[in-house]
Design a protein around this ligand. Structure first.
Ligand code: ATP
Length: 574
């Protein structure tokens, strides 16, 4: 139950609304019982032709009780829902707050469709915990006890029968339903996760599936997943209906038992006959109030499982690191030093980086080149503190990275990652991710510098930048970094989809803006690296060469070889 602690805490914060809701629920509950009991009594009384004023008083009481029940039920609904939505918003913010720091690490390893279902569905299903699991039994027991107390005034036996009925509907029937729901709900959740993964994959991979002629097969698979989910849901629904029927059966059984017992007590002379209808009506109404107990197990199962999965999502991941106080100075270009850095991704069998030593003086420009998979991106991710090295030390401005608050690094850095994400909105929205206060003029200027002079700030960007070419996406990502600025530039293959002419134009603008800043550029193309202060050549997680362009060419080593191959490929000659 520890996963539900966060829920309990959120509920505690809404204690005022919950207390009002409970008061409302209690008054509505006993109002209902009193209303129907009074009606039963009124009907019985009419047989004795009582004086008119007695009937008037009784009818007025019935009317007042009806009104009281309606008003208090309204208050109960209003406050329970108010509390539920507040709890839900607290849960969402607390869950997302925990999720954000782990985004680069843990979230990448999860199936995105299933994760999406978890984040949205599981948080939503927690809203039922208060409304359908924690709240109803408390109010119900209060109403039951009040009814039992009321019944005991007339007959201790009938009161005892009601207690017995209460125990059965509050504990035994839900326990039976829970037993059945446990298995079925587990299967429903599995199928739902499978369906959302299949749907997400089909949505994202639609074009590839179509081109490779696999769309039909995937559609079939999706339909099968959907049918399987529907059939499990049907089974769960049926089981729940059976549970509700059992509940209704027990309720009627108790009401009939009250009738039989009441008849017996009347015959024995220990109960006045005029009260029998009242007691039967009280029994029927109080069990009707208990209808929520039949659906409670299903909601309990769902909320408990949702809380457990959410807790797993945020707890099993890389532990949220406690952020140190020190900040990277954002007003000057930082120096960078990696000494003996090794790093291995969690589920990988070989290290991505092995004993890497790099020194990038403040304000200098370094290019990292090397074969695909040689660990270049990993270096940028380590510099951004998205992961921590397994061995060795990374320093910025001579301060170890673990002593620097990660947000201060992100704030100082202008970053272009290999895959940038674009949001639905306009070019302007996508440029101003940080809400930076740049004028229209400055934003347009940035677009021109990044090689997008033909784009307007109001041009629409579809979800994930679907309406942009790969080259446009890269230029928009560069424009975003330029708009943000900073004294540390971390650029991971920012121009790999661009033609050489556009690339050179952008580099000129970029280097002009970054003059005096520290810049790390990962690139595959080796042209234009002459101006870099150092070039680091990587292979299989290690540095095989480092030096200026001239030094590396003179050395005729790894870089020289790569350059020769590139020249042959593009027919540059000489
Ligand atoms: N998130 C990850 N989880 C597990 N392994 C990873 C992850 N990212 C990268 N790797 C592995 O780490 C190694 C280095 O990857 P990295 O992305 O740093 O290479 P790279 O030199 O930037 O490659 P490329 O030029 O293709 O972008 C590769 O073997 C890769 O499979």
């Amino acid at each position: 139950m520890s996963e539900l602690t966060i829920l309990t805490k959120a509920m505690f914060r809404e204690r005022k609304d919950i207390a009002i809701a409970m008061a409302g629920g209690f008054v509505a509950g006993i109002g209902g019982v009193s209303l129907f009991s009074a009606s039963g009594y009124l009907i019985s009384q009419t047989v004795f032709a009582p004086p008119l004023y007695t009937l008037i008083v009784l009818i007025s009481i019935v009317k007042i009780l009806g009104l009281l029940r309606a008003v208090s039920r309204y208050a109960e609904r209003l406050y329970t829902h108010q509390a539920t939505f507040s709890i839900l918003s607290r849960l969402r913010t607390s869950f997302f707050a925990k999720l954000v720091p782990m985004a680069p690490g843990r979230l990448r390893t999860q199936r995105s469709g299933d994760l999406l279902a978890r984040i949205v569905g599981d948080v939503e299903s927690l809203q039922h915990y208060f409304l359908r699991v924690a709240y109803p039994p408390v109010v119900l027991v209060m109403v039951f006890l009040a009814t039992v107390l009321f019944a005991s005034v007339y007959s201790i036996w009938i009161a005892g029968l009601l207690v017995l009925g209460m125990l059965v509907v509050v504990f035994i029937v839900p326990a039976i339903i829970l037993q059945g729901q446990r298995k079925i709900r587990g299967r429903v959740r599995q199928q739902r996760a499978a369906l959302s993964t299949d749907a997400t994959e089909m949505l994202y991979g639609f074009l590839e599936l179509k081109v490779y002629g696999k769309l039909r097969k995937r559609e079939q698979q999706l339909l099968e997943s959907s049918d399987a989910l529907a059939s499990e849901q049907r089974a769960a629904g049926l089981q729940l209906l059976n549970g509700q029927s059992l509940h209704t059966f027990v309720s009627f059984l108790i009401a009939w038992s009250v009738l039989v017992l009441g008849g017996y007590l009347i015959m024995r002379g220990s109960l006045a006959g005029v009260f029998l209808a009242m007691l039967i009506m009280a029994a029927l109404t109080v069990f009707e109030e208990a209808a929520a107990m039949a659906t409670l197990p299903a909601y309990k199962q769902d909320s408990q499982h949702a809380a457990q999965r959410l807790a797993e999502t945020v707890q099993d991941g890389e532990a949220e690191p406690r952020q140190p106080e020190a900040s990277l100075r954002s007003d000057t270009a930082p120096s960078i030093e990696l000494s003996g850095v090794s790093f291995q991704y969690a589920d990988e069998w070989r290290p991505a980086l092995r004993d890497v030593h790099i020194r990038i003086p403040a304000g200098s420009k370094a290019a990292i080149v090397g074969a695909s998979g040689s660990g270049k991106t990993t270096i940028i991710e380590l510099l951004l503190k998205l992961h921590a090295p397994n061995e060795g030390l990374i320093r910025m401005n001579d301060t170890p990275l673990e002593e620097l608050h990660e947000a201060s690094i992100w704030q100082s850095a202008a970053v272009v990652l290999q895959q940038s994400h674009f949001f639905r909105g306009t070019i302007r929205d996508n440029l101003l991710l940080n809400g930076d206060m740049l004028s229209e003029e400055e934003l347009r200027d940035v677009l021109v510098k990044a090689g997008l002079p033909y784009k307007s700030l109001d041009d629409l960007v579809y979800e994930r930048g679907e309406n942009l070419s790969d080259g446009e996406k890269q230029r928009l990502a560069l424009a975003r970094a330029m708009a943000k600025g900073g004294h540390l530039w971390l650029l991971d293959e920012p121009t790999s989809s661009l033609d050489v002419v556009t690339e050179q134009h952008i580099y000129r603008q970029l280097f002009e803006q970054a003059a005096g800043d520290t810049l790390v550029l990962i690139c595959h193309r080796l042209s234009g690296l002459e101006s870099m202060d150092q070039i680091i050549v990587m292979d299989q997680g290690t540095i095989v060469e480092a030096g200026t362009y001239g030094e590396l060419m003179d050395k005729e080593g790894f870089f020289y070889e790569m350059k020769q191959i590139e020249r042959q490929l593009i027919g540059e000659g000489g």
